[in-house]
Design a protein around this ligand. Structure first.
Ligand SMILES: Cc1cc2nc3c(=O)[nH]c(=O)nc-3n(C[C@H](O)[C@H](O)[C@H](O)COP(=O)(O)OP(=O)(O)OC[C@H]3O[C@@H](n4cnc5c(N)ncnc54)[C@H](O)[C@@H]3O)c2cc1C
Length: 429
């Protein structure tokens, strides 16, 4: 049984979502989208804009998964840099992927403008801050690769990094002006309202339990109704259950924990991540932080392998906050919440077909605000007849992660080792 969406600064500030009634009958559609996060909502929006009859089924409510709980940082790019894209997919496709990924934030801001989505969005840039001198060459190379492709991105020294972050913890940073921040739950609800306005049918509290062949079409079953559709898009991400064999085992779900302080004093608001710029660091077990529109400081990082809102489970995140921003170390934490991130072993999202007419797109490795929005739109084009292979996306066959059960069981040990490596690199500075 799923729990309701946890309280967070997002639930505090976002307007209620639109009505999405339970599917309580048998209906037909051209496309059935399974999952109401950014990917599914963006796909349903584009499909309905293009006049395709679309039904979206969501187990809980739009934005219930990672999309309504994340750090709200609009980050350009996949985890891999442009040269990594070229190395893996060849020059032509690699460059197309870099252009697509680099443009993803533009799409987010365009949709917000076009559909007047009230979600505290600001294009304040994104900082990727180095946790020690040994990572500066990596940041330098990243800046060079994006600058060669015309991106407004620059390398900052320690003084400028401190000025923009309000923290002395970092050795330097890249500043990517394509990025920004928003209230992700408000954005997801806004996308849902936009999709409805274009004619999509959205059903909440309608978990898909089975997908089976029905003649040339697919029959998608929920507890109280069914959808018969020619095409199905599965975008359930780290919340994927067992309605399609093997799919859940193709990604490694991990929990990311976040806290929000009480609103900062005006003086601290002006010094800690002012202008609501987002920051993620370069650690293997990374921390991410930003100030929200209510003046609260939000800090997140890897947590226990379970959902929690118990403040006792958030000690490690509180310690990270105190380390990065000593001035707020004693501040009361108003909210503690968590969500599931879908990791893949090679850090590429999983995009492809699991059967003729059934497409899948998920596994954004913590980079989904912009990338899931853009991917959803791209998948909508594919569902209208575009060849998967011609998309600027890493399309590959689906394979269950080898030793998935063992891997998820021993994840805590692996996380411990990575934390130790991070700690050692910080000590070198
Ligand atoms: C705590 C946290 C912090 C993050 N921070 C950032 C950040 O700052 N910037 C960034 O770019 N990315 C961030 N991410 C990643 C980003 O949130 C995700 O990549 C993105 O939201 C993925 O969107 P999605 O639509 O693929 O999946 P989700 O938003 O997870 O949506 C999947 C949906 O599928 C539904 N579902 C599951 N099973 C069924 C079923 N059987 N039937 C119907 N529906 C079903 C779920 O209820 C859920 O709503 C973060 C993630 C987390 C968890």
């Amino acid at each position: 049984m799923n729990r309701p969406l946890p309280d967070s600064p997002y639930t505090e500030r976002a307007s209620p979502g639109p009505e999405t009634p339970v599917l309580a009958q048998s209906v037909k559609a051209d496309v059935c989208v399974v999952g109401g996060g950014f990917t599914g909502l963006s796909a349903a929006l584009k499909l309905s804009e293009d006049g395709v009859d679309t039904v979206l089924l969501e187990a809980m409510e739009p934005g219930y998964g990672a999309s309504g709980r994340n750090g709200g940082q609009i980050i350009p790019g996949f985890k891999h840099d442009p040269e990594g894209m070229i190395q893996r997919f060849g020059a032509e496709k690699g460059e197309a992927m870099a252009a697509f990924a680099g443009n993803a934030p533009n799409l987010v801001f365009d949709l917000i403008d076009r559909y007047k989505i009230d979600c505290d969005a600001v294009r304040s840039g994104w900082l990727q801050a180095g946790h020690g001198p040994s990572v500066l060459p990596l940041l330098e190379s990243r800046v060079r690769q994006w600058r060669e492709r015309g991106a407004p991105i620059e390398l900052l020294g320690p003084a400028d990094t401190e000025r923009l972050s309000g923290s002395r913890f970092y050795s330097g940073a890249l500043l990517d002006r394509r990025g920004g921040t928003l209230n992700p739950l408000a954005y997801a609800r806004g996308l849902a309202a936009a999709a409805l306005s274009q004619g999509a049918r959205l059903h909440g509290n309608s978990p898909v339990t089975a997908i089976e062949r029905k003649g040339p079409a697919w029959l998608v079953t929920t507890p109280k109704g069914t959808v018969e559709a020619d095409r199905v898009l599965i975008v359930t991400n780290a919340y994927t259950g067992d309605f399609w064999p093997g799919l859940a085992r193709s990604i490694v779900p991990v929990y990311s924990y976040q806290v929000a302080t009480e609103p900062l004093t005006p003086n601290l608001q002006a010094t800690i991540l002012p202008n609501r710029i987002g920051l993620s660091d370069t650690k293997r077990m990374l921390n991410y932080c930003r100030q929200d529109a209510g003046g609260r400081l939000l800090v997140g990082g890897r947590g226990y392998p379970q959902e929690s809102t118990d403040p006792a489970d958030f000690e490690a995140i509180g310690e990270a906050l105190a380390r990065i921003f000593p001035a707020v170390a004693d501040m009361r934490l108003t909210y503690c919440w968590s969500g599931k991130v879908a990791l893949t072993l090679d850090h590429w999202p999983h995009i492809g077909e699991v059967a003729p007419g059934i497409s899948v797109a998920f596994g954004f490795n913590g980079r989904g605000v912009a990338m899931a929005t853009a991917t959803g739109r791209c998948m909508a084009e594919h569902l209208q007849g575009g060849l998967l292979e011609s998309l600027p996306l890493p399309v590959r066959p689906f394979r269950p992660v080898p030793g998935h059960g063992l891997l998820t069981r021993f994840l805590s040990a692996a996380i411990g080792i990575k934390r130790l490596q991070d700690w050692w690199e910080v000590r070198q500075s």
